[in-house]
Design a protein around this ligand. Structure first.
Ligand code: AG3
Length: 288
C-alpha cells in the first residue's frame, strides 16, 4: 500500500515526503490536466472547499489559504511601515496579490508567475482566492520565469514575497543561493524578503539551506512560523531577510499601523506577528 495507485480513486494523495502522505477526499472534480510546466488539479473537499494541487501537492484551499497569505503579506508590509512597491514571485492563484492590495499604501504590485495557465485557470475556477485582485490597476502581472526576472530587472522593491512551490520541479531555482542574491539586489533600502520555506519538521534541510544563504546575505536573517492545516506536518516556516530593523518594531507601533490599515484578518494580529518569530528549539537548531 505504498504507491499512489493503491489509494481509492476518489482521494487526492500528496506524497511530498518520503515516509508520509496526505490524502484529501474528492467530492467533485473540476479540472485535471497538464500545463506546459506542471500537472494542475482542482477538486472539492468538504473540509477545505476547493483545493488546487500542482504535481499532486496542495497549493491552495478555499478554507485555509488565509493563514498563509495573511502571514506572508501583513507581516513584512506592516513591519516595514511604508511599503509602496511590492513584488510577488509565483502566486499564480492570486491569493497573495489579494492580501497585498488591501494595503492602500501599496502603489505598485508586480507579480511574476511562470505559468500563465495557473492564472487563467484560477481566475475562472477559483475566483474566491484572488477576489478581484487581477482587476486592480495597481497590479502588473508578468508571465515569466521568476529567476530570469530577478536577474534582469532593475527596479527596487520595499517588500519581495516568494510564493513558490516546494523545491521540486519549476520551483527549484527559487531556493538557490544565486536567486536569493539577485532578490536581495532588488530590495530598496530597508526592504524585506520573505519566502515560503516548507514545513521544518518534514523539510528541515530546505530551511537550513535557505537560512545559510540568508545569513550570508542579510544583517537580519531568520524565519517565522504559522500552522496551515493543508500543509501537513506541523508549522510552516517563512524565511525573513533584511538589512533594516523592521524586526524590532514594537507591539504598539504594529497595532497603530494595523488599525490605520483597516484590514480585516482571520489569522494575523500584531500579537500573532510578534509571536510568530518565537522559535521552538527544534526550529532554532535548524536555522543555525
Ligand atoms: N505555495 C506553497 C505550497 C507549499 C506546500 N508545501 C508543503 N506542504 N510543504 C502556495 C501557493 C499559494 N499562493
Amino acid at each position: 500500500m505504498t504507491d499512489r495507485e493503491s489509494w481509492p480513486r476518489d482521494w487526492s494523495v500528496e506524497q511530498l515526503h518520503a515516509d508520509h502522505a496526505q490524502a484529501l477526499r474528492i467530492t467533485a472534480e473540476f479540472y485535471d490536466s497538464a500545463t506546459a510546466h506542471q500537472r494542475l488539479r482542482v477538486f472539492e473537499n468538504p473540509t477545505f472547499g476547493r483545493v488546487m494541487t500542482l504535481d499532486g501537492v496542495v497549493q491552495v484551499t478555499e478554507a485555509d489559504n488565509f493563514i498563509y497569505h495573511e502571514m506572508l503579506t501583513h507581516v513584512p508590509i506592516l513591519a516595514h511601515g511604508a511599503a509602496r512597491r511590492v513584488l510577488i514571485v509565483g502566486g499564480g492563484d492570486g491569493g497573495m496579490a489579494r492580501e497585498v492590495l488591501k494595503h492602500q499604501g501599496v502603489a505598485q504590485l508586480t507579480m511574476v508567475e511562470i505559468d500563465g495557465t495557473v492564472v487563467d485557470f484560477c481566475k475562472s475556477h477559483l475566483p474566491s482566492i484572488s477576489a478581484g485582485a487581477f482587476d486592480d490597476p495597481r497590479l502588473d502581472l508578468v508571465i515569466a520565469d521568476g529567476a530570469d526576472f530577478m536577474r534582469m530587472n532593475a527596479d527596487l522593491y520595499d517588500v519581495i514575497i516568494i510564493d513558490s512551490t516546494d523545491p521540486v520541479g519549476p520551483g527549484e531555482v527559487l531556493f538557490t543561493n544565486s536567486f536569493y542574491g539577485h532578490a536581495k539586489a532588488r530590495l530598496a533600502p530597508g526592504g524585506i524578503l520573505v519566502t515560503q520555506n516548507g514545513v521544518p519538521f518534514m523539510q528541515g534541510a530546505e530551511l537550513s539551506n535557505t537560512m545559510r544563504a540568508f545569513r550570508a546575505l542579510f544583517a537580519d536573517a531568520t524565519c517565522y512560523l504559522a500552522t496551515v492545516p493543508s500543509y501537513a506536518g506541523g508549522a510552516m516556516a517563512f524565511g525573513w531577510g533584511t538589512d533594516g530593523r523592521a524586526r524590532d518594531v514594537d507591539l504598539a507601533t504594529l497595532q497603530s499601523r494595523f488599525a490605520a490599515s483597516a484590514i480585516m484578518t482571520d489569522y494575523y494580529t500584531p500579537a500573532v506577528h510578534l509571536g510568530a518569530f518565537a522559535l521552538p528549539p527544534y526550529v532554532a537548531r535548524l536555522i543555525g
